[in-house]
Design a protein around this ligand. Structure first.
Ligand code: ZN
Length: 267
């Protein structure tokens, strides 16, 4: 069966629709959501309803979902742009939608699959830490008891693998370059690209699938993954979408200009 792993949608309806069309084309039957459905862009309510209508086998809470649903107006660690977007988002959601967001788990094991999901990190999911290097990945692997773990939060796609203890290697954790573009690669952002990662038995994998609604890896295309549990292969898709419409809506809603600008830059 094919599973789509989607993360950091952040109320970006145009990007989410492009992703779901691609999922249909690819024959995806089930969905896994890594959180941050809302925040930053202007269609939090619509995106939330679409996500809820999917065949979801797992859905964890992101920090924006948390702040948009728990009446915490302090939002420690948030910059003014993010804060403004969360306060605006709260106004767009119904009480019932906020309750649904608030009741998402922080981490989840996916039944029947050897997969754990979390928005930030498994070692302390509610501290909202980031995984950018082998050291962060090592902390996460200590708490990862499944072959695969998917995370989001940084909006930067990355993949790590950990060799089994019996390998006695000095470097048991490795970053997997095939999950991202090589430095200096010339990429046309107007067309889709797919990266492929074949899983090997005995190894553990920690995979960030990138962001649909606000990528920060200098690639403005929506990023998400499809997992084929028969082939044991992960595919990361980068899809162009109608960024201009999303930008226009941000400005029309009176949200910070920076939020519109960063979509074009992928930063
Ligand atoms: Zn996010």
């Amino acid at each position: 069966m094919k599973y789509a792993i989607i993360s950091d949608i952040h109320g970006n309806l145009e990007a989410l629709e492009a992703v779901l069309n691609k999922c249909n084309e690819e024959g995806v039957e089930r969905y896994i959501c890594l959180g941050d459905i809302v925040g930053y862009n202007t269609n939090p309510s619509e995106c939330l309803e679409i996500i809820r209508s999917l065949e979801l086998v797992g859905c964890v809470k992101g920090n924006h979902d948390e702040y948009a649903s728990n009446n915490d107006e302090e939002m420690i660690g948030f910059n003014p742009h993010a804060k403004k977007a969360v306060l605006w988002t709260v106004e767009q959601l119904t009480e019932e939608q906020r309750y649904w967001l608030a009741s998402r788990p922080m981490r989840q094991n996916i039944k029947g699959l050897n997969i754990t999901i979390v928005h930030a990190t498994l070692d302390s999911p509610d501290a909202w830490g980031y995984i950018f290097d082998n050291h962060h990945a090592a902390d996460n692997f200590s708490y990862q008891f499944t072959q695969l773990c998917f995370c989001g939060h940084s909006h930067v796609p990355l993949a790590f693998c950990k060799l089994p203890v019996t390998a006695r290697s000095d470097n048991p954790i490795m970053e997997l370059p095939e999950w991202v573009a090589a430095p200096g690669d010339l990429i046309d952002f107007e067309v889709p690209t797919t990266y492929r990662l074949a899983l090997k038995p005995g190894l553990k994998y920690l995979v960030n699938v990138g962001s649909i609604g606000q990528p920060r890896n200098k690639d403005p295309r929506a990023s998400f993954a499809i997992y084929d549990d028969v082939e044991k292969v992960l595919y990361r898709h980068c899809l162009p979408y109608d960024i201009e419409t999303t930008r226009t809506k941000i400005l029309a809603a009176g949200l910070p200009e920076r939020l519109a600008k960063r979509l074009l830059l992928g930063s």
